[in-house]
Design a protein around this ligand. Structure first.
Ligand SMILES: Nc1ncnc2c1ncn2[C@@H]1O[C@H](COP(=O)(O)OP(=O)(O)O)[C@@H](O)[C@H]1O
Ligand SMILES: [Mg+2]
Length: 235
């Protein structure tokens, strides 16, 4: 399988002096196109910090990030993050974060329009995505008129709008009940497999781990690995 992302020796600390915290302690990982990978670990392990570093939201202190063969971060060098994110990356967060004054369809269209895609093409793709998530009859509704699970599906559709090669999800099911949470995880898996995107999902929900191709575990700013890349333990 093709490598979608290679991260090498990422380090990141917050604060100074005796209040300094090491959030990433030389983290290296590879994500391949078409795989869905879970990232587990206790609160404070550095999971969100890792996601924001890989997603070019907050730069690490050092290390190297290669996405789709292109070096996007290396000590002292960083590609234009906003542009790169819009073209290559998708994000799903714990809360859907839809714009409240836009309909479901308009929310999905927004990243395409920011990327200069015309109204007709963006509307067609938005409808297709919304339909594929079973929300065809909801596309003209405002977020406040949708359930939490429906909002999260719209958020996933939005993350897919620009056909990203990589999707990062930070606890996307934390606000959902377990059945809906599982459905959302399965959707993320289908997205990886069908769109050949690499999907990295931070989760506390150990009930849906069978959905993932691989499970990584983080602790104290490091990814613990065993020989076959399975987690050291699943607690
Ligand atoms: N903006 C910040 N300023 C200072 N410390 C932070 C900040 N963000 C995270 N941290 C610290 O870095 C460590 C890793 O946090 P985080 O990446 O949020 O972990 P996780 O997502 O696994 O809970 C924790 O000790 C946390 O307190
Ligand atoms: Mg977190």
């Amino acid at each position: 399988m093709k490598e979608a992302l290679i991260a090498e020796n990422l380090c990141k600390h917050y604060g100074k002096g005796n209040t300094s915290v090491v959030a990433l302690d030389s983290v290296s990982l590879t994500l391949r196109a078409g795989e869905v990978v879970a990232l587990l670990g206790p609160s404070g392990a550095g999971k969100s910090t890792l996601l924001t570093a890989l997603g070019l939201i907050r730069a690490p202190d050092s290390g190297r990030i290669v996405i789709g063969g292109q070096t996007v971060f290396e000590n002292g060098y960083r590609t234009d993050p906003a542009l790169f994110r819009r073209k290559h990356l998708g994000f799903v967060f714990q809360r859907a974060n839809l714009l409240p004054f836009l309909t479901a369809e308009e929310n999905v269209r927004l990243p395409m329009e920011l990327d200069g895609i015309g109204a007709r093409a963006s509307a067609a793709r938005a409808r297709e995505l919304i339909e594929s998530f079973g929300l065809a009859n909801r596309r003209d509704n405002l977020p406040s008129e949708l359930s939490g699970g429906q909002q999260q599906r719209v958020a996933i559709a939005r993350a897919l709008a620009n056909r990203p090669e990589l999707i990062f999800a930070d606890e996307p099911t934390a606000a959902l009940d377990s059945a809906l949470g599982r459905l959302v995880m399965e959707m993320l898996r289908d997205v990886a497999h069908e769109h050949q995107a690499a999907v990295l999902v931070v989760t506390h929900d150990t009930r849906a781990l069978d959905v993932f191709d691989r499970v990584l575990k983080m602790e104290d700013g490091r990814i613990c690995k065993t020989e076959n890349d399975r987690p050291c333990s699943l607690s």
